[in-house]
Design a protein around this ligand. Structure first.
Ligand code: PMP
Length: 421
């Protein structure tokens, strides 16, 4: 018996891999992946320390590099006006709102940001939460449940899948961007479920392609389902003035039931939003666990997003610049025979190498040539789809883009001459 008088459990029955972190199968798997780096002689590409603000360039270990590894799409992080707004907000409100907004964390700034986002997108209302990932998880987790169905694009972001699992609803992926496949699923199962939530993204974060939004709206209307669009990578980047994928297609934002976006990319901040009809937003404000039981968005993050929104409204030409830089990258890459998959002139452009080793080596060679860009390796994508992912921003110059594509083509030629065969 122990000191408490309780009989100890028969510890022989508990395997080490079930209570020792160093023996967990997932930890051992991770260590094997790390070995991959050592074996190829390429330093671990993750968690490199960036000094200063990352825009068109970054500094790593004192070395200035052209950067394509951050989604500061419109250069809002580091923008002098945005920085000034943050300083003023912290002086006025401190560094934290120190409570859930429901209780005592509500600030005028929150209201201004939420009204501003809703008005700009063209919905009744919006709500901001402390993380983009958490926004998806808690919103999806809250509005559907057992007896309901979530149908999402097969390339959906992790936060959507996690939200679906949290909800307890059934989950069915449909083939990427295939609205006809979605329609077949709906036709087959609509009657078997209470609520059906269809989730797609405005721009897909690995491939840089986007869905035919009007078709998805038509389909979801036919089957009395909800459509949720995650605009993490499309808000501020799509449509002539950056209002996102609805503006790109010229459709009324009210045709989509739930707009989701992050504040971490075009808005130079941290957090997420949901925009939609007044009832949806009111419901989330009083019931979404990730909002109700979490601190309100910090004054600095709120002010940064608000100032970015104002700057974007005043300077829509930043969106045009971004699009033309993306177009330039794509044209140059195609001219040189690089495989950019199905990407369009969105701010995400992959260069698919065909395997993880080549992606790693290419990323290393780019680094040596003065360009920072992340490799995306298996299991984040299929092994044959391993790639470098370039995030284009409005702050990149044409010279930086031409230089980068040229270096990528040269490096690939060295690594794998058959690539261009
Ligand atoms: N949705 C998508 C499509 C994303 O790519 C991301 C992350 N980049 C998120 C949600 C989560 O957003 P955040 O990083 O702002 O938490």
């Amino acid at each position: 018996p122990t000191e408490t008088g309780l009989k100890p459990a028969d510890s022989r029955k508990v395997e080490e891999e079930d209570y020792r972190f160093d023996q967990l199968p997932e930890y051992r798997r991770l260590k094997r992946t790390m070995l991959q780096f050592e074996m190829t002689g390429v330093p671990n590409p993750y968690f490199s320390v960036h000094e200063g603000i990352v825009r068109d360039t970054t500094r790593i270990a004192g070395r200035e590099l052209i950067s394509f590894s951050s989604y500061n799409y419109l250069g809002m992080s580091g923008d002098p006006e945005v920085t000034q707004a943050v300083i003023e907000a912290v002086q006025e409100y401190g560094s934290s709102v120190s409570a859930s907004r429901l209780v005592s964390g509500e600030k005028k700034l929150h209201r201004e940001l939420e009204d501003g986002i809703a008005e700009w997108i063209g919905t009744d209302a919006s709500i901001v939460m402390v993380g983009g990932h958490a926004t998806n998880e808690t919103t999806i987790g809250q509005i559907v449940g057992p007896g309901d169905l979530i149908i999402h694009d097969s390339l959906s972001h992790n936060s959507i899948v996690q939200g679906a699992m949290l909800s307890g609803a059934r989950r069915r992926p449909f083939p990427h961007n295939d609205w006809q496949a979605l329609e077949s699923i709906l036709a087959e199962v609509r009657a078997s479920y209470r609520r059906i939530l269809v989730v797609i993204e405005g721009v897909y974060s690995m491939d840089g392609d986007y869905p035919e939004l009007p078709k998805f709206i038509e389909v979801k209307n036919r089957y009395k389902s909800w459509l949720m669009v995650d605009e993490a990578h499309s808000i501020g980047t799509m449509g002539p003035t950056g209002r996102g994928i609805a503006e790109h297609f010229g459709v009324d934002a009210r045709g989509v039931d739930i707009w989701m976006g992050t504040l971490s990319k075009s808005f130079g901040s941290c957090g997420g939003y949901i925009a939609g009809c007044a009832e949806l937003i009111e419901l989330l404000k009083y019931t979404a666990p990730g909002f109700v039981f979490s601190v309100g968005l910090s004054p600095s993050n709120t002010a940064a997003a608000l100032a970015s929104l104002k700057t974007l409204k005043a300077h829509p030409e930043r969106v045009q610049t971004l699009r033309s830089r993306a177009q330039l990258f794509l044209n140059e890459a195609k001219k040189r025979g690089l495989n950019t998959g199905d990407s369009h002139d969105t701010p995400v452009i992959p260069v698919i190498t065909g395997n993880s080793l080549h992606a790693l080596l290419l990323s290393r060679k780019m680094f040596e040539a003065g360009v920072n860009v992340q490799p995306i390796l298996y299991p984040a994508v299929e092994e044959s789809a391993a790639r470098l992912r370039f995030f284009i921003t409005s702050t990149h110059t044409e010279e930086q883009i031409r230089y980068t594509v040229e270096k990528a083509a040269e490096a690939l030629e060295e690594i794998h001459p058959a690539y261009f065969a």
